[in-house]
Design a protein around this ligand. Structure first.
Ligand code: ADP
Ligand code: ZN
Length: 208
């Protein structure tokens, strides 16, 4: 299954992706994780991306598209992938479609994890992330339950950046809901419920 996850920052895309990976073994391609790894490594791409990320803005398309292209070419992605955080605007969606078409592949579904803004703001401001593996949990968890790494607050999970990311989501990413509706592959689940309940719905809507 080749899947795109849509939804605001903090909607729970990463959590649902993780569950699908554990159960079905699809490759999880998170552009946020790829970019944070680039920032941590200090690569030229990471240095360029960092300023945009800290400000809650989208990183320029060509940087992100190249990362995704490379990742889609890796072996584990041939059996099926979950794109998490990509595409984030129409240009990225169009590029993805043509890139996949060149490879003789296509998307099976675009899944919207739908959560209201008020809920998002609360979730993001109390979110902590593992420095080592990217696992997320509410504030109060200081050691990563998955790998023992240090939990920290991402710079872009601070209040002044959250509203900006939500605005970016509404203006640039949300139009993709209509885009994928037009391609007849849109599915949607209510993300404002416990993760396991959402997951049951995710599987049902994907026919898994
Ligand atoms: P969230 O979904 O919680 O906002 P991500 O981890 O997906 O966080 O992304 C963090 C940041 O990385 C974004 O705010 C943006 O700056 C950058 N980023 C991630 N994916 C993309 C993308 N597809 N296009 C442009 N920028 C991206
Ligand atoms: Zn961890």
């Amino acid at each position: 299954m080749n899947l795109v996850l849509l939804g605001a920052p903090g909607a729970g895309k990463g959590t649902q992706a993780q569950k699908l990976v554990e159960e079905f073994g699809f490759a999880h391609i998170s552009t946020g994780d790829l970019l944070r790894a680039a920032v941590k490594s200090g690569s030229p791409l990471g240095v360029e991306a960092k300023g945009y990320m800290d400000a809650g803005q989208l990183v320029p398309d060509e940087l992100v598209i190249n990362l995704v292209k490379e990742r889609l070419g890796e072996k584990d992605a041939q059996e099926g992938f979950i794109l998490d955080g990509f595409p984030r605007n129409t240009a990225q969606a169009v590029t993805l479609d043509s890139e996949l078409a060149d490879l003789g592949r296509s998307l099976d579904a675009a899944l919207l994890v739908d959560v209201k803004d008020e809920v998002i703001v609360g979730r993001l401001s109390s979110r902590r992330t593992c420095r080592n593996c990217g696992y997320t949990a509410p504030a109060g968890v200081d050691v990563c339950p998955r790998c023992g790494g240090e939990m920290y607050q991402r710079d872009d999970d601070k209040p002044e950046t959250i509203q900006h990311r939500l605005d970016t989501y509404h203006t640039q990413t949300e139009p993709l809901v209509q885009y994928y509706k037009g391609h007849s592959i849109l599915k949607a689940v209510d993300g404002d419920r416990p993760a396991d309940v959402v997951y049951a719905d995710v599987k049902a809507s994907l026919g898994l």
